[in-house]
Design a protein around this ligand. Structure first.
Ligand code: HEC
Length: 287
């Protein structure tokens, strides 16, 4: 998360400007939000489904409060809905933050500095990894089958990456970004990252809309989600779901729901033959 935070606001402004002449009309907009600690400061939003948080600390404080009912100094009161004064919920307020600044800082450090998962099946990856004992424990025929399968997967992923670019998925899922030079964590500065997002808001059509516009974002606009780590989601959750409301059970379904500014790209995916569609999905699963 820290790497996404370390991308300069001017970089995102540049992406938004450049997208105005996008041939598919994939014009991205900046979400602008108030800094939680000092609301007079306006920042470019980049976290959350509608990019409503500008920083890891703000997103964490919002999630603690709105999702878990835990207050912090920045958000010291509970969200009690229609509960009346004196209710259990409201009577918890005024006791000071439930999570201290220093614990919040630890949470933020942890989520900021967690590594991005390595991609798999990239060109030249060792077919059997680094596990020599695996090779010793099996017959040469088994080994050769595994090497063959891995080589095929590598070429499928490489082709899928080209198809991803050709279908212009990268109009929004920007393959490469550069982090800025000023982030407080030196290890996040000046890096080339491949998050596959522009962190901008895009109109994804009526079918993906909900009824909850936020900040500058209409009910049809969503922030392009990063795709790094995408292929591992199914490994940690057999009942994996994609898109903001989890309506898609597979990556293919997630792509086919793209409407609005994503429609041209989706239609190119639909027009591919089954083999090419599989390769594009293999690429997504390698991330
Ligand atoms: C116009 C911008 C745009 C284009 C072009 C685009 N996407 Fe997306 N993509 C988005 C947005 C915005 C979302 C989130 C929508 C939502 O959650 O409702 C998304 C979501 C996804 C997801 C689900 C991610 C998740 O974690 O749930 C996948 C997979 C994906 N896109 C793949 C693709 C592929 C493949 C292409 C090209 C065929 C593509 N996208 C083209 C903007 C775009």
């Amino acid at each position: 998360m820290g790497l996404l935070e370390a991308v300069a606001e001017s970089t995102l402004e540049g992406l938004a400007l450049a997208s105005k002449s996008d041939p598919d009309g994939a014009v991205g907009r900046l979400q602008i939000v108030a800094d939680l600690a000092d609301p007079t400061i306006k920042r470019v939003g980049r976290f959350g489904w509608r990019a409503t948080s500008a920083s890891v600390v703000d997103q964490t404080a919002v999630a603690l409060n709105a999702d878990m009912g835990v207050t912090t100094r920045a958000l010291p009161t509970h969200i009690c809905g229609k509960a009346t004064a004196g209710s259990d919920c409201r009577s918890q307020d005024g006791k000071g933050p439930e999570l201290s600044d220093s614990d919040l800082e630890l949470l933020v450090r942890y989520t900021s500095l967690l590594a991005v998962p390595a991609t798999r099946h990239f060109d030249g990856e060792q077919p059997l990894g680094i596990h020599a004992e695996k090779i010793l424990a099996q017959t040469p025929a088994e080994t050769s089958l595994q090497v063959q399968a891995e080589n095929m997967m590598q070429s499928s992923v490489a082709r899928g990456r080209e198809l991803f670019v050709q279908a212009r998925c990268t109009a929004c899922h920007a393959a490469t970004l550069q982090t800025g030079r000023t982030h407080r964590f030196a290890e996040l500065r000046g890096q080339t990252i491949r998050p596959y997002t522009d962190m901008l808001l895009h109109d994804m059509g009526a079918e993906l809309a909900d009824t909850y516009p936020q900040g500058r974002a209409s009910q049809q606009e969503w922030r392009t989600p990063p795709l790094w780590g995408l292929g591992l989601v199914e490994k940690i959750d057999a009942k994996v779901r994609y898109l903001h409301d989890g309506r898609a059970r597979t990556l293919e379904e997630a792509i086919l729901w793209h409407g609005g500014q994503g429609q041209a790209s989706r239609d190119r995916f639909k027009a591919m033959d089954a083999d090419d569609r599989r390769k594009l999905i293999d690429f997504l699963r390698s991330l």
